[in-house]
Design a protein around this ligand. Structure first.
Ligand code: UD1
Length: 352
């Protein structure tokens, strides 16, 4: 029996773990336990996902969040180490690129416990992003690297990883969209039928007052002149806008659960975001995307012409929205696999 400890902490990781855990449950020789670091803690950012996605309550809840990056990651590292010493799992399974990912991988590797990384090999090549450091380090600490794309595989190859460590499994977020799409539901707080969906939470956008103002100006302009903008707001963005007295005049709603997020993606005309995962979700729903970042890990979408990188420049965001509005996307190729990533991951773990 392979004892796996899965470490999650932030919103998108709950979605990814939901589909992989369902696949793992079908394997009689894997015993999975779930640890929630507590990185995301508001009910709209955490427990709603567990309820909606049918994820069992985590067996271990650390309640660690907030503080500077080093502080948050350090507290998680220490607490996860205690759990690993007590539980002695054979493998730690981590997702993506958050501080919870790095803490889980580092705690395990230092105790010589194997690490499996889902969403391995992604690179933005921007080391100023905390997520980029988390990804590079987590890949270094991992024994099994589950890559979502061919690009991720070649990133690892060019960093010298041997091909037998890396598996091209596809993107677990596609599995999640396929599974949960029939359950999508309109958020109570949204009364729009035609709209642009916007999200904004990246530290590199929110923590610079100039960038935040430029992005807000663009969102306000789009809302007034192009199409209604509906924006579920991340708590950090909300806090910063209030603290800095920046006026955002779009349809702001509270953060939504996963099923509501799927409905918004299915019904919007375009996505305007700085999220990583939502860029792909927009594509799965055949919607164009303007990404408010300088670079993306999901370069396939830019190459296909369905995603434009606009950074945090007001003018460029507005012209990119104008360019992509109404674009008809025929998703005939899917660079993100065939929707069986979770099954492939579970099979590989089961063969360990
Ligand atoms: C984190 C990840 C990011 C991921 C995102 C997914 C890191 C470095 N960043 O970013 O890669 O894309 O999650 O959503 O790990 N807060 C609340 N309530 C919550 C959660 C956060 O109020 O439930 C506030 C807190 O003030 C917190 C701040 O938001 O300090 C930032 O949260 P944090 O988890 O540090 O980063 P995210 O921006 O959510």
């Amino acid at each position: 029996m392979l004892k796996v400890l899965t470490v999650v902490g932030a919103r998108p990781q709950f979605v990814k773990a939901a589909v992989v855990s369902k696949a793992i449950n079908l394997h009689k020789n894997i015993d999975e336990k779930l640890l929630h670091t507590g990185q995301h803690f508001d009910s709209a950012m955490s427990s709603i996902f567990f309820d909606q996605l049918g994820i069992p309550k985590p067996s271990i809840q650390l309640n660690i969040n907030g503080g500077n990056h080093g502080d948050m990651t350090g507290r998680m590292l220490s607490a996860i180490e205690d759990v690993l010493l007590k539980d002695s799992p054979d493998m730690v399974l981590v997702y993506g690129d958050t501080n919870s990912t790095l803490a889980g991988a580092l705690a395990a590797a230092k105790l010589h416990i194997k690490v499996a990384h889902v969403e391995a090999g992604l690179r933005s090549f921007n080391r100023r992003m905390p997520e980029e450091l988390n990804r590079i380090l987590t890949d270094q600490l991992s024994d099994l690297l589950f890559c979502p794309t061919v690009t991720a595989m070649s990133n690892l190859a060019s960093e010298g990883y041997s091909s037998h460590m890396a598996d091209l499994v596809g993107d677990v977020m596609l599995d999640a969209v396929n599974f949960f799409k029939p359950m999508a539901r309109k958020p109570n707080s949204c009364n729009a039928d035609r709209f642009i969906l916007a999200t904004l939470h990246r530290a590199e956008n929110t923590d610079s007052r100039d960038k935040l103002i430029a992005i807000v100006n663009a969102l306000n302009f789009v809302h007034q002149n192009i199409a209604r903008v509906v924006m579920p707001i991340h708590p950090r963005t909300k806090k910063l806008l209030v603290e800095q007295n920046i006026e955002l005049n779009v349809d702001v709603i509270d953060p939504v659960g996963y099923l509501e997020s799927l409905w918004l993606l299915d019904n919007c005309d375009l996505l305007l975001t700085d999220s990583g995962g939502m860029q792909k979700e927009a594509y799965f729903f055949g919607k164009p995307c303007v990404t408010m970042r300088e670079e993306t890990e999901w370069t396939e979408l830019v190459d296909l012409g369905v995603n434009k990188l606009a950074g945090s420049e007001c003018e460029l965001i507005i012209t990119s929205v104008k360019d992509l509005m109404g674009l008809d996307i025929q998703a005939t190729v899917n660079p993100y696999g065939d929707g069986t990533a979770a099954q492939k991951i579970a099979e590989r773990l089961g063969s360990e």
